[in-house]
Design a protein around this ligand. Structure first.
Ligand SMILES: NC(=O)c1ccc[n+]([C@@H]2O[C@H](COP(=O)([O-])OP(=O)(O)OC[C@H]3O[C@@H](n4cnc5c(N)ncnc54)[C@H](OP(=O)(O)O)[C@@H]3O)[C@@H](O)[C@H]2O)c1
Length: 327
């Protein structure tokens, strides 16, 4: 099969499209023919081994996993022994957490992993949104977001931000989205009740206060956002922050019993994928697709993701014919 291989840490120039052996599903596994995948910030950090402390996990000198890619949507090609949940030909989507491997024509994974049958009538690229959605939902769950809550989402145009706006509305919250000028309409269409252009005004002085502030893009800080928080308000960020301050503040919050800053890490949650699928099927959640690239141009997709300017997700068309308008 064709796969995008990175044998050394470094820039997207290191990526090579090569023929490698197609994995064989063991008992309890399925082999999926990948039709669509994404390049996300996690892939790009893994490619560069950034931040440096990921190396004990990803490989000290060279990557342990030489094929990246977390999100996938495709068809079940082979069903391993003992698998009853899936049949050959099922259209499935999901995540390969920890394992990577979706930047290839085939990926092998446990049938009990983060994989489920696609919502009917949806196309492959419309469901490869799991990673950003999973992260966004982790934060909102930690907040225990409910109707009546007010949330401010900073960086509401990224993969996590666009998901966070949509899930916040699903949970019944009032949403203020902070984005740049080109993304104002996007945030409105996703359901934000109020949109603020951070390039035109200081979002910390909008004369409102919130139960929760989520820095969905890792570009602001608790100290900057503190004036926006209600007395019992809680801040969360998707990034470590300067000098790991978000982690330190979260530990401090736990030690003092005043939960002002939280830094949850997403955990395997089998119910999440079913929740996402139902929301997509109900038309309450959609993938925001910025750009699509054929597999052969995946290095360009990485370069674009590294600009940190994408809106939503960047899709890789592994089977290009799926993307013609009539299919
Ligand atoms: N994607 C994932 O699944 C994932 C997983 C783990 C961790 N993370 C971390 O979570 C953070 C967000 O990831 P992501 O994938 O959602 O990001 P992303 O999609 O790369 O975010 C890009 C968006 O952020 C906006 N942006 C850039 N600079 C901004 C600023 N100063 N203020 C407000 N908005 C700004 C950009 O639009 P404008 O420049 O036009 O504003 C763009 O729309 C990153 O720090 C990433 O490392 C992401």
């Amino acid at each position: 099969m064709k796969a995008v291989v990175n044998e050394h840490y470094g820039s997207p120039d290191n990526l090579e499209i090569r023929e490698i052996p197609t994995p064989e599903p063991q008992a309890g596994e399925i082999l999926v023919r990948v039709h669509a995948t994404t390049v996300g910030r996690t892939d790009s950090c893994a490619l560069r081994a950034h931040p440096f402390f990921v190396r004990p996990v990803t490989g000290l000198l060279r990557p342990k996993r030489t094929v990246l890619g977390l999100d996938f949507a495709g068809t079940v090609e082979v069903v391993g022994k003992g698998v009853v949940k899936f049949e050959q030909g099922d259209r499935v989507f999901g995540l390969t957490p920890g394992g990577y491997g979706a930047h290839a024509e085939y990926v092998c994974l446990s049938a009990d992993g983060v994989v489920t049958v696609m919502p009917p009538a949806k196309r492959f690229h419309e469901v490869v949104v799991c990673e950003g959605a999973w992260y966004a939902n982790t934060y909102l769950k930690k907040f225990n977001l409910r109707p009546g809550h007010k949330i401010l989402i900073y960086g509401a145009s990224g993969a996590i931000g666009t998901s966070a706006v949509q899930f916040s509305k699903i949970y019944g919250a009032n949403v203020t989205a902070i984005v740049s000028t080109p993304h104002l309409d996007l945030a409105r269409h996703l359901g934000a009740d109020r949109v603020v252009d951070y390039t035109a005004e200081d979002f910390t002085k909008i004369g409102d206060s919130f139960d929760f502030v989520l820095d969905a893009v890792g570009k602001t800080s608790y100290f900057r956002c503190r004036p926006l928080l209600k007395r019992e308000g809680v801040f969360a960020a998707t990034d470590l922050g300067p000098w790991w301050q978000n982690v330190i503040l979260a530990i401090w919050s736990t030690l003092t019993g005043k939960e002002r800053v939280v830094f949850p890490t997403p955990r395997h949650d089998p119910s999440f994928l079913e929740f996402l699928k139902e929301r997509i099927q109900a038309g309450e959640f959609r993938a925001v697709i910025d750009r699509e690239y054929p597999l052969r141009n995946i290095a360009d997709a990485y370069r674009y993701v590294e600009t940190e300017q994408k809106a939503g997700i960047v899709v890789i068309k592994v089977v290009p014919e799926d993307f013609s308008p009539e299919t």
